[in-house]
Ligand binder design. Structure first.
Ligand code: FPP
Length: 271
């Protein structure tokens, strides 16, 4: 009943809220008794609709999406987030029109080339998740160069999910593990969650604490299926190209206000 009431109230039109300054939001994050999320994952949805609503080609939406990527990378670093995973291209995205795929790949190339120095100067370490080997050669090389040039950086880890599929990732882990059992290097009884996690492409990253999806869609879209078991979800109607520094800070503050129970009961509450 409580939940129904909360949902009903949440669906009421909100009174205009005086926008709190970005600095104010950031200060609240950093002074909170709850730590910020260590790992934030984002499904950057709504580029196409953003462009279509303006009568522009979808590729323009993706280009504006890159500007949002830059804002959010810097804001994540300011909010003391350790790792940021961005769903930049899914395995399923190959089914889009050829022109749109080329536009996204070109943007990926231009952005990794152009922003590399700034990322490196800001101590950002670029890594990837997904089958990067299957990307077109020049696009793949630009991504590999940014991984190589930032590998010793110690600041924000920027994980680009490229040609990524959560199910394919899980199958890959199963295949590796089965191979090890077959050749005798791993015993069946030693397979546990920790072993499985080490065979995923995200090996080394903590599970995402917070998953943000823009554009009001309530789906996981084959993203980090194993890793998001206990991730807090944050869905916003804002389309990705409009997602601002303040939007990220608000999502983080919302996360800090949540009680994470991981399936357990919190003792201080009356039963
Ligand atoms: C989803 O919007 C967005 C994508 C499939 C591509 C995201 C790519 C970028 C932001 C550019 C490259 C990224 C980096 C990291 C440099 P959509 O097209 O599905 O939007 P729609 O749902 O409104 O159609």
């Amino acid at each position: 009943m409580k939940g129904m009431l909360r949902r009903a109230v949440a669906s009421l039109p909100r009174p205009a809220r005086a926008a709190e300054s970005e600095t104010g939001l950031l200060e609240r994050i950093l002074s909170s008794s709850q730590p910020p999320p260590r790992h934030v994952a984002i499904i950057m949805d709504g580029n196409g609709r953003w462009a279509e609503r303006r009568g522009l080609p979808r590729s323009v939406g993706h280009r504006s999406g890159v500007a949002a990527v830059k804002r959010v990378v810097m804001a994540a670093d300011e909010a003391k987030i350790e790792a940021l995973t961005l769903f930049a291209f899914s395995v399923e995205n190959w089914g889009r029109p050829k022109r749109e795929i080329s536009a996204i790949m070109r943007l990926l190339y231009e952005t990794t080339k152009r922003e590399l120095r700034e990322l490196a100067d800001n101590n950002v370490r670029v890594i990837t998740t997904g089958d990067v080997d299957a990307l077109p050669t020049t696009r793949r090389e630009a991504v590999l160069e940014s991984i190589e040039r930032t590998r010793h950086n110690t600041g924000l880890v920027l994980n680009l999910a490229l040609n990524y599929s959560g199910r394919a990732e899980i199958l890959g882990a199963v295949r590796q593990i089965a191979g090890k059992v077959q050749d005798g290097s791993l015993r069946l009884e030693d397979i546990d969650e920790a072993v499985f996690t080490r065979h995923l492409q995200t090996n080394g990253l903590p599970d995402p604490d917070l998953l943000i999806r823009t554009s009001g869609e309530w789906r996981l879209s084959n993203f980090l299926l194993w890793q998001t078991s206990y991730t807090e979800l944050y869905i916003t109607d804002t389309l990705w190209p409009d997602f601002s520094r303040a939007d990220l800070f608000e999502a983080v503050l919302e996360y800090q206000s949540r009680e994470r129970r991981f399936g357990r009961v919190v003792k201080s509450r009356p039963s």
